[in-house]
Design a protein around this ligand. Structure first.
Ligand code: BDR
Ligand code: CA
Length: 319
């Protein structure tokens, strides 16, 4: 099987952590590196959390590069629902693994330039604000040749925002970065709230994951239980939306997702609508589509895929 070569840019974050753990045991994916960004927590914390999750998942072999301390223009906002450490009630040991000396943006530039020269482009999984990726694209636009596509969690199209009336957290955190990325002509697959709100991880699911996840079951159940919003009026049940893991889900089981290709624009000037993602559903702009927006997800089947992945932790051994 030819593996998809990926770099995961993230801000762990409970759902980022679940996404990483799912990716670690997915044989379809070759994880070249993890890069971290300021988002749910300051970058020092998201980086430390990434190291901890690598050790939890027995994947200390994956290099972790720390990225941007701040969004491009705006003051940082912090994630809600992730708790004080960013990992909810899940307390993990301080990691022995260290951050790589090379910064995330420099790493992205070097690695993606090489990928372009070797004609072996890499998929970027973007699970947080797009700051690192925008910086790398601005410093060295040639890296676009080394990017197969960006599969990103973010945005809200026909769904209201989750951090403001109009806007989703990752895009609102750094709308200028999102504007740069969506204007870059790099192909984008977007998993917005419209998609992630179709896949609610209920308390019953959490029990199922706890039962199958072998030696990481306690951590998995603590992460997932901390994710319960208890907002039945909004989500139709107890539980929380499986945001970031759906990026990994799309990569390993794309047949479970429906997409529509459109042109996307980012609002980065209006305070009221800052970070809004606008899709040109009916070709008003006359511009080529730049994004495949996921519009529909087979939620039950996706949960089954993740249960299968987490059951692989029964067989993995600590490194
Ligand atoms: C996104 O915001 C963050 O809090 C989550 O990790 C996810 O990436 C959802 O809006
Ligand atoms: Ca995230």
């Amino acid at each position: 099987m030819e593996k998809t070569r990926i770099i995961i840019d993230c801000d762990p974050g409970i759902d980022d952590a679940i996404a990483l753990l799912a990716a670690f045991v997915s044989p379809e994916l070759d994880i070249l590196a993890i890069t971290t960004v300021c988002g749910n927590q300051p970058v020092e914390t998201t980086s430390r959390n990434a190291l901890k999750i690598c050790e939890l998942g027995a994947r200390a072999d994956i290099p972790v590069h720390a990225g941007s301390h701040r969004p491009l223009m705006r003051a940082p906002i912090r994630g809600q629902f992730h708790g004080e450490t960013g990992l909810g009630s899940c307390v993990l040991p301080e990691p022995a693994k260290k951050i790589e000396p090379q910064r995330a943006v420099e790493f992205l530039i070097d690695r993606l330039l090489r990928a372009g020269n070797e004609r072996q482009p890499i998929t970027i999984c973007a699970l947080g604000p797009l700051t690192n990726i925008a910086m790398a694209l601005r410093i060295e636009p040639e890296i676009a040749r080394g990017i197969e596509r960006i599969v990103m969690m973010g945005g809200a199209y026909r769904e209201p925002g989750n951090r403001s009336m109009t806007s989703e957290f990752n895009v609102l955190s750094d709308p200028h970065a999102a504007h740069i990325v969506f204007s870059s002509e790099v192909p984008i697959v977007a998993l917005p709230l419209d998609a992630t709100h179709q896949v609610i991880l209920t308390p019953a699911h959490v029990k199922q994951f706890e039962a199958v996840s072998g030696r990481i079951s306690q951590a998995v159940s603590q992460l997932m239980a901390s994710w319960d919003r208890n907002q039945v009026e909004r989500y139709g049940s107890r539980g929380g939306p499986l945001h970031d893991p759906l990026v990994i889900g799309w990569l390993i089981a794309p047949h479970l997702f429906e997409t529509r290709r459109v042109r996307v624009f980012i609002e980065y000037q209006s305070e009221l609508c800052m970070g809004q993602t606008i899709a040109d559903w009916f070709d008003k702009s006359g511009l080529n589509p730049n994004t495949a927006i996921v519009t529909k997800v087979d939620a039950a089947a996706v949960i089954e895929v993740f249960l299968d992945r987490f059951s692989r932790y029964q067989d993995t051994v600590m490194q």
